[in-house]
Ligand binder design. Structure first.
Ligand code: UTP
Length: 444
């Protein structure tokens, strides 16, 4: 693309301000800016503009939310679910999706969050625990499990490097598929694209809901079909306790012929920041914790339990065909008013002191109301959920490491002061320890 073509395209879309500093740019900056303009998706930008223009309109009225049925699997149903899940895994119909494109700003770690050292003894990165579980499940069920990892432009190279440096954590590189999510330009109130440098458009990742677009645009659906994958286990990068491709979860999803299934955990307090799955107007839906009213947060049943008891830590199973269907639609957009660096009339960079521009994000659970079948399954938080969100305090590396050790020490009791770490490819549960025996490794 040359300057004239870029100008014509921008004019057609009312965005010619993007080239306002052209005369001041170096050759390298011009090249970079033209490359950015070439990647802009003006259909998506128009959609963002329309959502931005209607931001002050009252939200559509929705029906009264009620709590959904949540399976607490045990006995015969648990056995049936495990058998059904194991059948899918053995037949090679299961793939795993990890969303790892986030910026991890709360943790403040210099690098992709997945490269954060979380192993209590080895300092192994978060990616290690995820990849070794994929490996463990592949070996256990005798079929490779493709591992799809969504990154962003900002962290893709470092993510791939982390896998390469660690020999793909033992996985076959052909079974690991990295793909980048979309990036959207930031906009001012009137829908104009923001420059954060004279020759650079401010872009930000399109949220974990960008997964659906990215799976389609980057050819992952085609790859899944080629491999015969029909069911996808989805999880987030920050939780090393997650039971990757849990057969019971995949099984209940399969038995109930669901399109979207969710693992849910009892909230640790009424105000915990977890999304809430509800039913309303005949559909399932997710209410973000910021949208829960005090009455909803604290409502109790006759037995004293919280009525909206189970929150979602974003552990899902999807039907591939459902994801493909949803990828063809426009997902709702969530607007965030942010302080975005800009450029003044003279071409000087200006740091914003107040929110001055909009970022756009999609959330994966917004496709929930479209799902024809939904299964909800409760799980025990201590066993499966301890995210690394913050640098300190709640949901931090310290709490996560303690929870990892508490989980492992149930399989292999050690005195509390003794550090313990178990490679998931060696054991993903107590039964594996019993089968494999204890293999102690000590440094000389
Ligand atoms: P979070 O909401 O925790 O965001 O993402 P984050 O970017 O990792 O961290 P903060 O909020 O800046 O501190 C939940 C999951 O969704 C992924 C993240 O990588 C994480 O696994 N995610 C988030 C994406 O893949 N893309 C995005 O654009 C946003």
């Amino acid at each position: 693309m040359n300057y004239d073509q870029a100008l014509a395209l921008l004019k057609k879309n009312g965005q010619e301000q993007v080239l306002r500093y052209w005369k001041k740019l170096s050759a390298a900056e011009r090249k970079g800016l033209l490359a950015q303009i070439e990647t802009l998706d003006f259909k998506a930008i128009k959609y963002c503009q329309s959502v931005l223009a209607s931001r002050n309109e009252p939200p559509a009225k929705k029906g009264k939310p009620t709590a959904p049925k949540v399976h607490e699997l045990k006995g015969k149903l648990l056995k049936e679910a495990v058998a059904a899940g194991e059948k899918e895994l053995s037949a090679g119909r299961v793939g795993v999706i990890l969303v790892a494109g986030g910026q991890g700003s709360r943790l403040g770690f210099d690098g992709p969050k997945g490269a954060y050292p979380i192993g209590p003894i080895t300092n192994a990165p978060l990616f290690y625990f995820h990849a070794r579980k994929v490996l463990a499940m592949s070996v256990k069920y005798g079929h490779s499990i493709p591992f799809y990892i969504m990154t962003s432009e900002a962290n893709n190279a470092a993510t791939e490097q982390c896998f390469e440096e660690h020999g793909y954590f033992g996985l076959n590189p052909q079974d690991v598929v990295f793909f980048t999510q979309g990036m959207w330009p930031g906009m001012t109130d009137d829908g104009k694209i923001i420059l954060d440098r004279p020759g650079h458009i401010f872009m930000s990742p399109d949220g974990h809901g960008g997964l659906l677009w990215a799976l389609k645009a980057r050819g992952c659906f085609a790859d899944m079909k080629k491999r015969g994958v029909k069911t996808l286990f989805f999880f987030q990068v920050d939780n090393p306790l997650v039971e990757v491709a849990d057969p019971a979860f995949i099984g209940i999803h399969t038995l109930e012929k669901s399109e979207y299934s969710l693992k849910l955990t009892a909230k640790r307090d009424p105000h915990e920041g977890l999304g809430m799955v509800v039913k309303r107007d005949g559909h399932f839906d997710m209410i973000e914790y910021t949208e829960m009213t005090e009455e909803m947060n604290t409502r109790r049943t006759k037995t004293g339990d919280l009525y909206f008891k189970f929150g979602s830590p974003a552990i899902h199973v999807f039907d591939r065909a459902f994801m493909e269907r949803e990828a063809a639609k426009n997902m709702p957009l969530h607007l965030a008013h942010k302080k975005i660096q800009t450029v003044d009339e003279k071409g000087n960079i200006v740091k914003a002191s107040e929110p001055n521009g909009w970022k756009f994000e999609k959330f994966i659970f917004d496709c929930l109301p479209d799902a024809k079948g939904v299964s909800c399954m409760a799980f025990d938080r201590a066993e499966e959920f301890s995210p690394v969100k913050n640098a300190e305090g709640k949901d931090s590396p310290a709490t996560c490491k303690a929870d990892l050790q508490a989980k492992w020490s149930k399989w292999f009791p050690v005195p509390p002061a003794l550090p313990l770490e178990i490679d998931p490819a060696y054991a993903i549960n107590a039964a594996d320890i019993a089968t494999n025996g204890i293999l102690l490794q000590a440094e000389d």
